[in-house]
Design a protein around this ligand. Structure first.
Ligand code: HEM
Ligand code: HEM
Length: 164
């Protein structure tokens, strides 16, 4: 990178964290079948025997830790310059979606952890509601990325697949 010119793609660590976290969030969604019963059982004093429930808890905690790390990396390294062919409205919408995703990626596992480790029913529904909102926003985000790649053909995906 020369002088103050902004890079055209995210850094290697940002790309690694983006896809690693995406994989773990998807994995934890798939591994959520047993957690509700395990949580109800735990609240009644029964031990947790379902491995998928333990996996849900620890994968979720890993997501929280990785997202916090990612946020620090993002604040230190910043983002690449605006995508080619985008306009100010598109940049603003994308920016808002990204901020929303960071917020949700923190809120969802934090609420799950608060529910589980605090052994409280109070935040259980909120964890699931925010999770559903997050999945909807992720769907929108992925659809936008695919639209850029295959309809606008502006090579946007490269920003998140190949570091400078
Ligand atoms: C769990 C799933 C996902 C989450 C939580 C997520 C989250 C994010 C966030 C927060 C950013 C902004 C990065 C930053 O500025 O620091 C981003 C960028 C990006 N994501 Fe995702 N993402 C997910 C899945 C996907 C998928 C499936 C695709 C592709 C189909 C994708 C493609 C991209 C691209 C191309 C960028 C760069 C956008 C740009 O340069 O403006 N993401 N993602
Ligand atoms: C990536 C982060 C996470 C995702 C995508 C996620 C996803 C989900 C989903 C889909 C459910 C609904 C299960 C069902 O209704 O059958 C759920 C429930 C639950 N999750 Fe998570 N979760 C995440 C993080 C966590 C963490 C970190 C914990 C605990 C440390 C946790 C604890 C729970 C608990 C206790 C429930 C049951 C809530 C209830 O009884 O309604 N989750 N989660």
């Amino acid at each position: 990178m020369n002088g103050n010119a902004k890079p055209r793609a995210y850094s290697r660590s940002q790309i690694f964290l983006h896809w690693m976290i995406a994989l773990l969030i998807g994995g934890n969604y798939v591994l959520s079948d047993g957690i509700e019963d395990a949580f109800d059982g735990m609240m009644e004093g029964q031990p947790v025997t379902d491995w998928t429930a333990s996996a849900h808890v620890w994968i979720g905690v890993a997501v929280l830790a990785l997202v916090l790390l990612r946020l620090v990396v993002r604040l230190v390294q910043g983002a690449p310059e605006a995508a080619e062919g985008s306009n100010r409205l598109m940049d603003r919408v994308a920016g808002l979606v990204h901020v929303g995703l960071y917020g949700l990626m923190i809120a969802v596992p934090a609420l799950g952890a608060y529910t589980w480790f605090g052994a409280t029913e109070a935040t259980a529904d909120l964890h699931v509601i925010t999770m559903n909102v997050m999945m909807a926003v992720i769907g929108l985000h992925a659809a936008a990325a695919i639209f850029h790649q295959f309809v606008l053909k502006d090579g946007l995906l490269r920003r998140m697949t190949r570091a400078n």
